[in-house]
Design a protein around this ligand. Structure first.
Ligand code: 1DX
Length: 183
């Protein structure tokens, strides 16, 4: 994954728990790099090791780490150089989710090593939709809870998200039911 992801994990840990905790996590993960370059591609393994080590050091299950990270990602990318891109993707939750594949396609033009997931929206209604998440990567579905929750905060809507189908449990892809209403 692009270094931006590992940089975001580092900054989240440092912000919430301090530099020393990050150093402990980095060492436990056996990650040599400390200063990730956002626009450089790194092996996925580094990210997975960081999540695993963070889970052990912070005594939080990996899905909780991923959920917290998803929420952080939405704020982080908006502040770390991708604010305009995020603004362009929509000014409300359903529009943003329906534009995510376009957003990734645009990033992918400049960064060909991007392996963009796909977010397909079906059954879109006034206050609900189903979200189909397809990714070349495994185990990141818990992050979707945080990503959508982060978008809820961004757009000031109360979000209720439940998982309808899980790849972990044999489904072809992950599917979520999302309900939203203005706060
Ligand atoms: F609901 O399943 C809201 O490296 C959402 O694979 C979901 O393959 C917002 F470094 C620049 C760069 C680069 C910008 F410069 C990424 F190249 C992308 C910024 C998306 C903001 C996907 C990150 C693939 C890296 C899913 C979890 C991983 C998508 C991560 C969240 C807006 C982003 O993001 C999976 C990779 C960006 C960039 C956004 C993602 C890769 C998302 C969201 N994804 C790289």
């Amino acid at each position: 994954m692009y270094g931006l992801v590992n940089k975001a994990i580092r900054d989240m840990v440092c912000e919430k728990f301090g530099e020393d905790t990050w150093e402990t996590i980095r060492q436990k993960a056996e990650v040599e790099v400390d200063t990730f370059i956002g626009m450089e591609a790194y092996p996925d393994d580094i990210t997975h090791r960081l999540v695993k080590a963070a889970s052990e050091v912070l005594a939080m299950p990996p899905p909780e780490i991923l959920k917290a990270f998803g929420e952080y990602w939405v704020i982080y990318t908006a502040e770390e150089g991708y604010g305009e891109m995020m603004d362009m993707a929509g000014d409300n939750l359903p529009d943003f989710l329906q534009n995510l594949d376009n957003l990734h396609a645009r990033v992918g033009v400049s960064f060909p090593q991007l392996k963009p997931p796909s977010f397909e929206c079906t059954d879109v209604a006034e206050e609900s939709m189903n979200l189909h998440y397809r990714s070349s990567r495994q185990g990141l579905a818990p992050m979707v809870f945080g990503l959508v929750g982060g978008l809820g905060k961004r757009f000031n809507v109360e979000v209720d998200i439940t998982q309808l189908r899980s790849r972990e449990e044999g489904a072809e892809h992950d599917e979520f039911s999302i309900k939203y209403k203005p706060e």
